[in-house]
Design a protein around this ligand. Structure first.
Ligand SMILES: Nc1nc2c(c(=O)[nH]1)N[C@H]1C(S)=C(S)[C@@H](COP(=O)(O)O)O[C@H]1N2
Ligand SMILES: [Mo]
Length: 334
């Protein structure tokens, strides 16, 4: 059941972080459509998503997305569910899958958390290739199933923290990104890795309609961050291939950083000498830095980051420095 609930101040989505310039562009766009003033300038859909999700997710029963996830599972016998890596433990319950897969951010499919799950089912997941280029000895094109078939996949329980202040705890399946990087043999001149999402306005309503964003979504990590043990090239969740709304078929997960660093549905990985731009940093540099490590002492201009709300239970917890992963990453920033 959904119900109307007043949206708490902290729940304003990242989408409202767009700079004046971006909002200006958006306004002009809506004016061109004759829609300005029709209540569409308020940012996201006014209704807060009901976080106690209805049954049936995910994937959405009968959808193209569900068919693709089942097909991927069959095409990769023995890979899902993967053995869990016992090194990564949680201090809280795993978020129910029905909750985690119904409360996503994926602006390519809009900023309404209810609608985007359905919209995301339109994404064609196979064939899917990832182009590797830039400063590497072995550039090339990788089929996503080849990665899963030929590399060690494992399951990891990770906390996952959005700058919007909600958090969840999920079992991801993937390949340590370091193992993948070792196959590519980056040159010593490579200092950063840039990741790029797909550009398919014909499938992604957000890319078609929300043209004030600099599509496609792009992100970046320094090489030491990219090859940190925590960085997971993620292809599955809850024991099966990723459903579209979680960033199928392949995404990054960096659990010590705010969620927007964990770019979904990657089609390109480029090794660079200089720090790449990132989607949110280019939109609003004062709110979204390149590093974006989870830090309770550093308030975001519109949300204190001191506490977080766990999806599913709504229990509030103090935010942990590096989201509790200081043991792995604090040394990178010393
Ligand atoms: N391509 C792409 N990747 C993205 C986003 C996005 O809008 N597009 N949103 C980010 C944000 S803000 C968060 S919090 C996480 C959410 O991941 P989840 O929906 O799997 O929980 O994805 C990140 N990766
Ligand atoms: Mo986020």
């Amino acid at each position: 059941m959904t119900y109307i609930r007043k949206r708490p101040g902290w729940q304003i989505p990242e989408s409202e972080a767009a700079s004046e310039g971006v909002f200006g562009a958006r306004r002009r766009f809506l004016e061109a459509l004759g829609l300005a003033g029709a209540g569409l300038l308020a940012g996201s859909c006014a209704g807060a998503a009901d976080k106690s999700a209805p049954a049936g997710a995910p994937p959405v029963p009968g959808s193209k997305g569900q068919g693709a996830v089942l097909a991927a599972m069959q095409a990769l016998p023995g890979r899902y569910p993967a053995a869990r890596n016992a090194r990564f433990t949680l201090d809280r319950p795993i978020t129910p899958e029905e909750t985690a897969a119904r409360y996503n951010n994926f602006y390519e499919f809009g900023n309404d958390k209810d609608a985007l799950v359905t919209q995301a089912q339109e994404l064609t997941l196979r064939p899917w290739t990832v182009r590797v280029d830039g400063l590497v000895e072995k550039p090339g094109v990788w089929d996503v199933d080849t990665i899963v078939r030929t590399m060690p996949v494992e399951e990891r329980l990770y906390r996952h923290r959005c700058v919007e202040r909600w958090s969840m705890a999920v079992p991801w399946t993937g390949v340590p990104f370091k193992a993948f990087v070792e196959r590519l043999r980056p040159l010593s001149s490579a200092k950063f890795v840039k990741f790029v999402c797909f550009l398919r306005p014909e499938e992604a309503i957000g890319q078609r309609r929300d043209t004030w964003y600099p599509w496609p979504y792009y992100e970046g990590l320094s090489i030491p961050e990219a090859i940190n043990e925590l960085t997971l090239l993620t292809t599955g969740v809850y024991g099966h291939p990723l459903p579209p709304q979680h960033g199928a078929p392949i995404r990054i997960v960096t659990p010590w950083k705010y969620g927007y660093k964990s770019i979904k549905s990657i089609v390109k990985i480029e090794f660079t000498a200089t720090q790449p731009g990132t989607f949110w940093n280019d939109l609003q540099p004062l709110e979204y830095g390149f590093e974006s490590n989870v830090d309770p002492t550093k308030p975001h201009p519109r949300w204190s980051q001191a506490r977080e709300q766990m999806l599913g239970t709504d229990v509030m917890r103090p935010t942990l420095p590096y989201n509790g992963y200081g043991e792995w990453v604090a040394g990178l920033y010393a």
